[in-house]
Design a protein around this ligand. Structure first.
Ligand code: ACM
Length: 394
């Protein structure tokens, strides 16, 4: 068993490009982060099998930060000082990114962050490849408001991403003259009874929609509690940005069915690049290994980093940023592009519902690549669509 902080792989100075890999294999978000680790190592092997970067392999130095911001911070310090690493692929929870980024900035590293998050951040030492709120929260809100109604109840895990994501969702609900009926937080690594209050409030308010920012293995507990309470997802679905194939794999089919997620990627997407990605992933990690939006971002960001490394010939962040900014890659979700304005990524928003077989079914797939707007400057619910159309590239 690997303990938090243990080093798992990699060799120092072995004639390649050392890269740090920080995804948890233990703790509350291990399920989703393992998909990110798997995808990162798959992409690193693809780069190395194709000859590496300028003839030298990427050498992953992998630690288990155990879903703990303090361990994340310590390991990022180790990577940047002792292991001779400048590039780090890592982080799921925003609390862990916020623990790592000051170290990365102080030590002149470059963090590639492959997770949806709350936005309102920029660092020249970070490339953000997960969705910003205009690329997932807005399309989700639009779908929910058009389909179910405007009385929302918010349930989240107790840390920064849920607070901030709820603030953005609340703004959108109020913009549509709706109402947020309550906002409830449960501790990370929640016990089943931690959801009792949420269930009581759901019974009392009967909202049109529940917006869940619960993360990791707590997600299954919440969906199971909802199911046991006898609620009907056709009338009052749980909608989320953090319920992916990984969290669904931890719950029963009955608890999962009918609920909704917005993301730029789902395992079921039918693109040629996704057929190759899913096939390689399953071959390596097993037929039941979940493939998630966060894994897909972890996968394509390694390829973007390797291409930039080949162009720059050095892993110094300032030199890497030149070729990275504006660079594109044919990712499984569609061709993605790093926005030179803000170091975030042009992505393809989609909304899906979980079917009886625990697989997602797409219910809104507009086929538009959306410019990231991390400071949420443009969007109102209606103008959002106009802004998209103007910046769309197929
Ligand atoms: C998250 O904490 N960014 C999911």
């Amino acid at each position: 068993m690997v303990k938090g902080g243990d080093r798992l792989d990699g060799r120092k100075g072995a004639g390649g490009w050392p890269v740090g890999v920080l995804f948890s294999q233990s703790g509350v978000t291990a399920g989703i982060e393992r998909t990110q680790l798997n995808a990162t190592l798959l992409a690193i092997d693809e780069v190395n099998d194709a000859g590496g970067v300028l003839g030298k392999p990427l050498i992953p130095i992998v630690y288990d930060p155990a879903s703990d911001p303090k361990i994340y911070r310590r390991l990022s310090e180790n990577l940047l000082t002792e292991d001779g690493v400048r590039i780090i692929f890592g982080c799921y929870m925003s609390s862990t990114r916020k623990a790592v980024l000051p170290v990365v900035e102080a030590r002149d590293g470059l963090l590639f962050y492959p997770t949806l998050y709350e936005g309102f951040e920029y660092s020249k030492n970070c490339i953000y490849t997960g969705a910003a709120p205009n690329q997932n929260t807005v399309p989700l809100a639009k779908h929910l408001l058009d389909t179910y109604g405007n009385r929302f109840l918010l349930v989240g895990s107790n840390y920064i991403y849920p607070y901030e994501s709820n603030r953005i969702m609340s703004d959108l609900v109020v913009q549509s003259r709706g109402k947020v009926l309550d906002e409830i937080y449960v501790p990370l690594s929640a016990k089943p009874e931690d959801f009792d209050r949420a269930i009581r409030e759901l019974r009392k308010h009967k909202p049109d929609v529940i917006f869940s920012t619960v993360v990791g293995s707590d997600t299954a507990r919440f969906y199971e509690a909802y199911r046991q309470a006898g609620f009907d997802p056709a009338k009052m679905p749980i909608a989320s940005l953090t319920t992916s194939e990984a969290e669904i794999a931890e719950m029963s089919a009955e608890a999962a069915e009918g609920h909704i997620t917005a993301a730029p990627y789902f395992e079921v997407l039918e693109t040629a690049a996704n057929a190759r990605f899913v096939s390689a992933f399953k071959q390596r990690y097993g037929a039941d290994a979940p493939v998630t939006a966060c894994a897909e971002a972890a996968y394509f960001q390694v390829h973007l980093a390797a291409n930039a490394l080949a162009a720059a010939g050095t892993d110094r962040p300032a030199a890497l940023l030149e070729p990275l900014r504006g660079s594109e890659f044919e990712a499984p979700q569609g061709t993605v592009k790093i926005d030179p304005d803000n170091n975030h990524t042009y992505l393809w928003p989609r909304v899906a519902r979980i079917g009886a077989d625990r697989r997602f079914e797409l219910i809104w797939n507009p086929g538009i690549r959306v410019k990231p707007d991390p400071y949420f400057i443009a969007p109102t619910l209606d103008e959002w669509w106009m802004a998209e159309a103007m910046t769309s590239v197929r």
